[in-house]
Design a protein around this ligand. Sequence first.
Ligand code: GBH
Length: 469
Amino acid sequence: DSPDYRDVGLEFPAGFLIGAATAAYQIEGAATADGRGPSIWDTFSATPGRVVDGDTGDVAVDHYNRLDADLDLMADLGIEAYRFSISWPRIQPTGSGPVNEAGLAFYERLVDGLIARGIRPIATLYHWDLPQALEDAGGWTNRETAYRFAEYTRHVAEALGERVHVWTTLNEPWCSAFLGYGSGAHAPGRTDGVAALRAVHHLNLAHGLAVQVLREVAPRAQVSVTLNFHVIRGADGPDSEAVRRIDALANRSFTHPMLVGGYPDDLIDDTAAVTDWLFVRPGDTEIIRQPIDFLGVNYYSTTRVRMWDGIAPRQRADGHKDVGGSAWPGSDDVEFLTQDGPYTAMGWNIAPDGLEELLLRLSREHPGLPLVITENGAAFDDELSGDRVHDDARLDYLRRHFTAAHRALQQGVDLRGYMVWSLFDNFEWGYGYSKRFGIVHVDYETQERTVKDSGLWLARLIEERRIPE
Ligand code: GBH
């Protein structure tokens, strides 16, 4: 009998960090303030047809100009940690050269404001906003971008390393590589399988180089990377060819080089018709395989696949718009199937058992590596009613996933924390403002913030340290 994950009263241990997450381009706005340069997401969102309703991050939730009030809101919710990202084009408007001090000052104010309120800062160095000037030189298909990222990391760590004790190099490099250069659903919107696989390697290299820099500049810091895992269900059984292929491309193309060493043989074989992988140079394996202090896990949903005879029809069960390219170079004969509901507003199936399964798998395969859930949450169609937002569906989603995390803890998984995605409704990438993930509602006309019922529920969970009614 499988659990329904709707338990109440489950207690989280002291020291288990509970908080919320955001990303720079999704919330900050102020796209040209204080010398910020353009990123690939500015270019992409300004290109007609790329983002729903032509939305951009120009204003977003205006967090850049509302920092103090937003910090007070975090303190009111009682969050113990805040996971945010630093905008590379604010620090280096063209992706190289000296620090733009005015841009850096924003993050100094943010970090100081968090510390003053007793909230632990968790800084992500890259959440998809590559400086456009670097994209013009090839972006993540160009090996040089990895070295520029290491330089940027050094600037940021030198400025903030004394105050920020938890760092994440990259957020979801799978999305950067395969949605940015493969399917084209994300910036820079390229549709080229070789480019996507080159990007995989240069993102891995950037991670390794950045970890080396952080160890040198901030030796006492906790260093991590955040990956979005695909929890894959095989329509033809759990050990099917389709499951193995998608696991290789989606999961092991990052975990293997970062945590084990080198690329998996089956990944190289599966992609042999697309690339010879000669962009991997001697010595890269050692640079990428750097010890990290914990692994950041982003989890939303599961994926269901089977092999197809020929090029599989691209059903949009994967939650992404069909923009022509493939996110699965060398595996276009894998079909993605619609799964049983219930679903979120993204069309993603709700499956807390997938989170439990994922945490158990990671802890079994990488013993000794602590885990942190760096993102989990859901979009639903919320409505303001007076000064409340009764988002029962999101509250229920969070309850079930916190229960799943608790079950993993009970089974011995070294899980250290849980960051809910997201603190605010925000710019949901290709979906613009049409999808709301926040535990805080934002009125995009007035920029007024309203804590949703799910936010009040999270505040109680943090205060009582147990899953509330
Ligand atoms: C995260 O991306 C991002 O880090 C965050 O910025 C974003 O706002 C948030 O989640 C919500 O989308 O069908 O094979 O593509 C999550 C991106 C969405 C990628 C689910 C994988 C399902 C697998 N992921 N998607 S597939």
